[in-house]
Design a protein around this ligand. Sequence first.
Ligand SMILES: Cc1cc2nc3c(=O)[nH]c(=O)nc-3n(C[C@H](O)[C@H](O)[C@H](O)COP(=O)(O)OP(=O)(O)OC[C@H]3O[C@@H](n4cnc5c(N)ncnc54)[C@H](O)[C@@H]3O)c2cc1C
Length: 341
Amino acid sequence: MNSSACCTRKQKLFNVSESRETMVIVLGEQQNGKFKKATFEVVYYGKKLAEAKGTSCTALVLGEVEDPGQLGRYGADQVLVVSDPELNTLDTQQYTAVMKQIVDQHQADTVVLPHSTTGKALAGRVGIAIDGSVVTAVNALPEVNGSCTVSRPVFAGKAIATYQLNGPRKVITVTGNSIKPEEIGAPVQAEQIQADLPARKVRIKEVKRATGSTPLPEAELVVSAGRGMKGPENWGIIEELAETLGAATACSRPVSDADWRPHHEHVGQTGIAISPNLYLAAGISGAIQHLAGVNNSKVIVVINKDPEAPFFKAADYGVVGDLFEVVPRLTEALKKFKSQG
Ligand SMILES: Cc1cc2nc3c(=O)[nH]c(=O)nc-3n(C[C@H](O)[C@H](O)[C@H](O)COP(=O)(O)OP(=O)(O)OC[C@H]3O[C@@H](n4cnc5c(N)ncnc54)[C@H](O)[C@@H]3O)c2cc1C
């Protein structure tokens, strides 16, 4: 990215004729014109919150997206689309400005965002713009009983904090993979609207996306490895296990610091926080900073040759053994199991 001054853009008029009471607005995050999995999760979350409040849920889609009306299936009562190509890539100032306009116009009191890079970048900005209370990384459906109570893990997942949001406006981000979205509605007719876009102050020169079958934050199965791998040349056994399982790959921080693996695979306090259904860790000690990013996994399997490795305390299943023996045998067993049916 490169900062540069931009000339003023042709102003567009916000064009929603009647003001409707839509109390929960969710952001339908997209990439390359397709919704991310996290979008279905936040729409479902937004609908459940709206139902508990006795109101409706509107999905706001920014940029050009295929079939935005499909969000109705996950509970959106209404889908609004600002299909300006300039919104295809995130500009936090533009997104914040548009979201504020929609929130004000619809007298919404709650904004729900995915706890993705986009959602994290927007939560504080939108919170300030609409004068709302912000809670990030919630991982369970809210309780609505007069006020709205949400919960999120704290202290590297060792405790759960509950927050009562008493202010008139709220911004919530929902951790990916923590809510299982259900199809509770039907597709709706998306409504094209226009909004005032402030001129971009940042010009995006190039976008390089992480490659790989499943983006790590969205992955339901993750195979991860650490310094116990001894070097990048040994990663073939991890990739083969991941491929057999249909899992994404991750790593500990020293591994990405040493350039054994790309930085987008680094999980933990200073990396990505994930909450897959399965996190399988081979040759990772389980330092607190690593656990901070993976403690929300539903099932943790640890392979380590040291029976005293701290990771075993956080594991649901543990194998004490040499990963160079255990991992290929596990892959072989999985391949056999899959070939049987
Ligand atoms: C401020 C700060 C932030 C940090 N943030 C992060 C973060 O976000 N993510 C992160 O991961 N770390 C982070 N760290 C680093 C963290 O403290 C640990 O140093 C790091 O997680 C250790 O990585 P590791 O487990 O891969 O390596 P090691 O600690 O070296 O552990 C390697 C493990 O492999 C096992 N092993 C070795 N050979 C084999 C074998 N053949 N078979 C099976 N097991 C084997 C060993 O018994 C050992 O348990 C941070 C540190 C600080 C200070």
